[in-house]
Design a protein around this ligand. Structure first.
Ligand code: ADE
Length: 461
């Protein structure tokens, strides 16, 4: 990924980011970072880039011409997402960091003085972003914050072992306290549970501390967390039929749109997915009305699908069954050469699996959620974990079918889901009885309800 920073203080960015993890990633050419001095583009012979605001008022404004020319020097005629860092912008958060990490190239425009002439902002800026409700002396620190948070999501930036994949904001909870050696420091001892080696106890202790911290420091996050937990508990009474809603909520990708009695609607806004469960098709139709209009994909029960396909602007994509893996032990994987895929595999994935759009494929690859099976050093198949948490996107090259590769890929994905503490589940199209057979052989259980993936038709189609 390429970052370009337009600034009056390029050395500030270079000094701030060229050392440490981001500097190393730039050195290793995993990302590139270049600075453009806006002053180099002024047509004013004394190098002036600012002037007084029309209508009066304190301070000076950056003029339109040097900003415009600096920007065009980077982007030329290409459309490059251009972020103006300003306290007037959309609040920066982990979701926006993930979204920006999906871009090939990003321009960050740093303001100074009292701001920038509005006319050039209208011409070049695609996003206005603020890093918090306070005013800095310039945009450089904000740009550095954004670059750091975005760059660490690029595969390879954090090094091989660690990865920021699938990380939510710790499921709406703050991080628990951590300790390292020595065991006793200034008479303070490490909590004894961390020394027991009992994994389950440690996990429970960490969750309790996270909850405590969140309650005290971030009551807003805690409120969201406890609403989700409440709905998850209710849904768990019929886990096989509700696992998709439960997993989307507990993985942190799903937000509650509506929850009352038997009815619930959960939305993954990042990926434009809504899941609706309703006591009757009529209640379901009302819930579909509540879903954001820009959400494109809908997962609903078959009877609600029938009604909404007739009455509303939806098209059916796939009638499917839901299979659930209820055990905790990992599955054996027969094929030994299965590895995590990276952005370099995007073209292969999209060409073999046409319903994966380039944007979604890239999102999944960046999340480290697609895995490839290799034979004779060639990529011959893949499977992965969807943004909502289900295992899918299974493909095996024709010449390699019938050798158990599909089952190996599925088992591998199921093991990765288990490893992350989640419950594996799969959506199998009715049109693919062979895939249903694989699930049963692997030991997954079919949910009683029948489901359907639908797509919202755009206004113009
Ligand atoms: N420039 C000055 N203050 C800022 C802030 N809080 N966020 C983004 N850019 C800024």
């Amino acid at each position: 990924m390429k970052f370009h920073v337009l600034t009056l203080f390029p050395e500030m960015i270079e000094r701030g980011l060229m050392s440490g993890i981001i500097g190393r990633a730039a050195e290793n050419k995993i990302i590139s970072l270049d600075t453009v001095n806006i002053r180099d583009y002024t047509l004013e012979k004394h190098g002036k880039v600012d002037d007084y605001p029309y209508g009066g008022g304190a301070g000076m404004l950056l003029q339109a011409q040097p900003v415009y020319d600096a920007c065009r020097a980077v982007s030329g005629d290409r459309k490059v997402r251009t972020v103006y860092v300003t306290p007037q912008g959309r609040p920066f958060d982990q979701r926006l960091a993930r979204e920006l990490a999906g871009e090939e190239e990003l321009i960050l425009l740093c303001g100074h003085y009292e701001g920038i002439d509005e006319r050039v902002l209208e011409e070049v800026v695609t996003d206005y972003v603020s890093i918090g409700d306070y005013i800095l002396t310039g945009g450089e620190l904000a740009a550095m914050v954004i670059i750091d948070a975005v760059a660490r999501l690029i595969p390879g930036v954090l090094g091989n072992g660690s990865s920021a994949q699938e990380e939510s904001f710790h499921n709406d909870l703050l991080e628990y306290p951590q300790y390292t050696r020595p065991r006793v420091w200034r008479d303070k001892t490490v909590p004894s549970v961390l020394l027991t080696g009992n994994h389950a106890e440690v996990t429970r202790w960490r969750l309790e501390r996270s909850v405590e911290r969140t309650m005290c420091a971030r009551p807003d996050l805690y409120e969201k967390y406890s609403q989700k937990q409440c709905l998850i508990r209710r849904l768990s009474r019929d886990k096989r039929n509700n696992i998709h809603l439960m997993e989307s909520l507990s993985a942190g990708s799903g937000e509650i749109l509506y929850a009352s009695g038997e009815d619930a609607a959960v939305c993954d806004r990042d990926h434009g997915v809504c899941m609706v469960k309703a006591s009757s098709p009529e209640a379901g139709l009302r819930l579909l009305e509540e879903c954001p209009k820009d959400a494109r994909w809908y997962f609903v029960s078959r009877d609600l699908a029938e009604r909404s396909l007739r009455e509303k602007g939806f098209a059916a994509i796939c009638e499917c069954s839901q299979f659930l893996y209820t055990r905790r032990e990992p599955l054996p994987v027969r094929h030994k050469d299965i590895r995590r895929l990276g952005p370099e595999n995007l073209e292969y994935i999209c060409s073999r699996y046409p319903s994966i759009s380039p944007a979604y494929g890239k999102d999944r690859l960046l999340a480290g959620a697609l895995y490839g099976a290799f034979a004779e050093q060639q990529l011959v198949g893949f499977a992965g974990v969807h943004s909502v948490g289900s295992v899918g996107m299974l493909y095996v090259e024709e010449a390699y079918r019938g050798r158990g590769l599909a089952a190996s890929l599925e088992a591998y994905c199921i093991d990765r889901v288990l490893e992350s503490g989640r419950v594996p589940y799969v959506h199998v199209p009715e049109s693919d009885p062979a895939a249903a057979h694989i699930q049963e052989k692997l030991g997954l259980y079919r949910a009683g309800d029948r489901f359907c993936w639908m797509e919202r038709q755009s206004e113009t189609s």
